[in-house]
Design a protein around this ligand. Structure first.
Ligand code: FEO
Length: 392
């Protein structure tokens, strides 16, 4: 795979990680890419680097274009090691290159690599003329780290936003119109729901700050480059960042001896009767990071676990801890479960829903041991009632 010229004189020189399946706890079934970009002007600029094991791959692509010794600047839009991991190795090749980073980026890079870097801090809005082109830096704190910034090239209408608009997707194609939109949307949604979701307010501000810029290409640090589906992905980001959902439901649960599973099935039946598209996710077989992609778009989230040792199953405890950290807002919540004697799981699950400030319009279901036919029929009716609430 060669370098790819994405605009005249601007190249993708990143790396493809076909085998990545776990990105700090997020399952990446389609692998990922670490995108770095080389801008060749009077000055030569490398924007971001790649994860450390992929340094040689990036360097070989740079060598196809210029002698790496010609690099004048390395922009570090974001400190996380999937983008800065190769920075120390790159500086061994070009020791005189100046690293450009936000103030927090500088602090983060020093903490990561424990050495003084030839580094210049760039303020938000600052510009740097590199020949015919200009680089403009805009800080986007907490999208998704405090150090995060974007680099904008006005003459090319090109935005290099690092993680924002990314997808974990390993492909030999580099552009959105070379891949089916549904796959891109699915991976962008999974990425947003697992990485960016807690920072909706900051994403909204970043979108506002960027709205005044003329942009015809967004080249993120993971996955494909947006050039055709820009309006669609921007529209999705607007929805996701404002916690806008669809009239859909996700039932996430685990079961011990099958009673909570029976309740989940009946709830799903009721929701289906009410005409609400519903996904049923057993935590025995579904990964939390996949469930979060359903939570991203679902107005109704149903949470179920039996009681065990005065609490819920550990799988549900793990899921709720993860989801609480990602802070999806403005949902309708519903809690259900089964128990033998104490029944405390319900209260613990409700506590999380309350912390997220979700509405809970209907009382939780907590059934002793095994539900009977009458109880299951009532559960189905509750599913139907919940479906009506979704449509209100
Ligand atoms: Fe792709 Fe926040 O690193």
């Amino acid at each position: 795979m060669d370098k790819v010229e994405i605009k005249p004189g601007i190249y993708w020189v990143g790396a493809i990680d076909w085998d990545l399946r776990d990105f700090h706890g997020y399952t990446t079934d389609r692998g990922s890419t670490y995108n770095a970009y080389l801008i060749v002007d009077e000055k030569v600029v490398l924007v971001d680097t790649v994860k450390k094991p992929f340094f040689d791959e990036m360097l070989s692509r740079i060598k196809e274009i210029v002698d790496p010794a010609r690099i004048d600047y390395i922009v570090s839009n974001h400190v996380e090691m999937d983008h800065s991991g190769s920075l120390p190795l790159m500086l061994d090749v070009v020791p005189n290159a100046i690293v450009l980073a936000s103030p927090r980026g500088k602090k983060g890079l020093v903490r990561h690599y424990k050495k003084e870097l030839n580094l210049k801090v760039v303020e938000s809005g600052e510009t740097l003329k590199i020949g015919e082109r200009t680089l403009q830096f805009v800080h986007i704190p907490m999208v998704h780290w405090p150090d995060s910034m974007v680099t904008y090239v006005p003459e090319e209408k090109l935005l290099l936003p690092n993680d924002a608009f990314g997808q974990h997707l390993a492909t030999s194609e580099r552009f959105d119109d070379e891949i089916c939109w549904d796959i891109l949307r699915e991976e962008a949604a999974k990425y947003y729901s697992n990485i960016v979701l807690p920072f909706g307010g900051q994403v909204g501000k970043a979108l506002e700050a960027l709205s005044g810029l003329e942009i015809d290409m967004i080249a993120p640090s993971h996955g494909i480059i947006w050039r055709t589906w820009l309006p669609r992905i921007l529209e999705e980001y607007k929805k996701w960042s404002s916690h806008e959902t669809e009239n859909r439901a996700v039932i996430v649960y685990d079961t011990m001896w099958g009673s909570t599973e029976l309740i989940a099935r009946k709830l799903e039946e009721g929701l289906r009767e009410a005409g609400i598209p519903t996904v049923k996710r057993s935590l025995k077989v579904s990964h939390t990071s996949d469930v979060m992609a359903d939570v991203l778009t679902s107005k109704l989230v149903l949470i179920g676990s039996p009681t065990i040792n005065n609490s819920m199953l550990a799988s549900m405890g793990g899921f709720l801890t993860y989801m609480k950290g990602l802070k999806p807002l403005n949902r309708i919540g519903f809690v259900f479960g089964s128990y033998g004697w104490g029944g405390q799981a319900i209260g613990h699950m409700e506590d999380i829903v309350k912390e997220l400030k979700w509405e809970m319009p209907l009382e939780s279901i907590n059934i002793k041991f095994v539900p009977d036919e009458d109880e299951l029929d009532k559960v189905r009716q509750i599913g139907f009632e919940l479906g009506k609430k979704v449509k209100e």
